[in-house]
Ligand binder design. Sequence first.
Ligand code: AMP
Length: 393
Amino acid sequence: MNKRSIKNADVSGKKVLVRVDFNVPMRDGVISDDSRIRAVLPTLNFLKDGGAKVVICSHFGRPNGQVVEEMRLRPVRERLSELLGVSVADAGGPNSEHAAHVILSLSSGEFALLENLRFEFGEEKNEEDFSKQLASFADLYVNDAFGVAHRAHASTVGVTEYLPSYAGFLMERELEMLGRSLGRSGGATIAIVGGAKVADKIQVLRHVSEKVDTILVGGGMVAAFYVAQGLSGGAVVVSDEDVSAARELLDSDGANVVIPADVITAPEFNKNSLATVHDSSEVPEDEKILDIGPRSSQEYGRIISIADTIIWNGPMGVFEWPEFANGSISIANAVARNKKAVSVIGGGSTADLVGSLGLIDNFTHVSTGGGASLEFLEGKILPGVAALDEAVE
Ligand code: AMP
């Protein structure tokens, strides 16, 4: 990979600004899942062991340029201190005098955490002054925040104009694994694409169609694919645009697109609505498709079992409701069972799903970035990644 790796930087005695994604799920001030914090420990420990003075920065939530008390990073700093086994100093807001003072007094191997970057307007606007302010704290910059790599903000893009910049270990792994999942390994490559709407996934489908052998379709998109084949898509209104997009994919020379042979439908979009199995040719006009059916799960499972590379983005049905979760659970288990394959789970709801099933350790990689992995799979250039290539020497 051509991103400059932190492995190659001499960090001893240097002040290093590290952008991480500590936008962790939190309930009443308590972190309910600390995996985003754990995910950057290799980079932070590497910097500590290398004798750097480490200045960490992150956003949290959407405070829109205002200080919002519930969005302070204190709970994250406390959890991070526990995980690192050393106290992480509170540097306060990047524009405060306190920050400059705390950072100046850091010794090699010590950490400080700046307050939520999005308390400042300059962050999301990628303002020059704010980027310079962040850069003023350090000699080097490391981006380990894959989750915000699709955003051109001061701490992901602006700052790279002023500091030699490197990719952290998490950023490297995300790019390597997502890249490998679309990389034509030589074996059978498949993409499993689900989720709520065609509009959200059409770019992913188009892009992966050129990269993989087979696409297994699930989720709310199934209706458009059925209509494109002259079948009933059920009660959900499918736009002409979605139908033509589906037809274009079915007719294209790209990947073989597999649509479910049966589905689970219900009269209402409702947790307790009566679930029934229907063959693809017999979807009632007045019912909504809410999951793939058991035959489809079996067929998809067979295709998954012989794949060498698997990329999965988007659940097969409304997995939040038990009656409509079986398709997604069955696919998650099938991917987990294929131990010989490189299996990559796109972030967001698919990562939540495999996390809730306790299956995370069964995949080669589970992305920490929802929006970022989606844009990667759409074939877009991620500004935070491009900026590392173009950064000052
Ligand atoms: P995404 O984040 O785009 O992958 O979409 C995830 C969402 O898609 C989940 O919240 C699912 O409930 C929803 N979803 C999956 N299948 C369907 C379906 N058949 N109809 C409506 N929503 C669905």
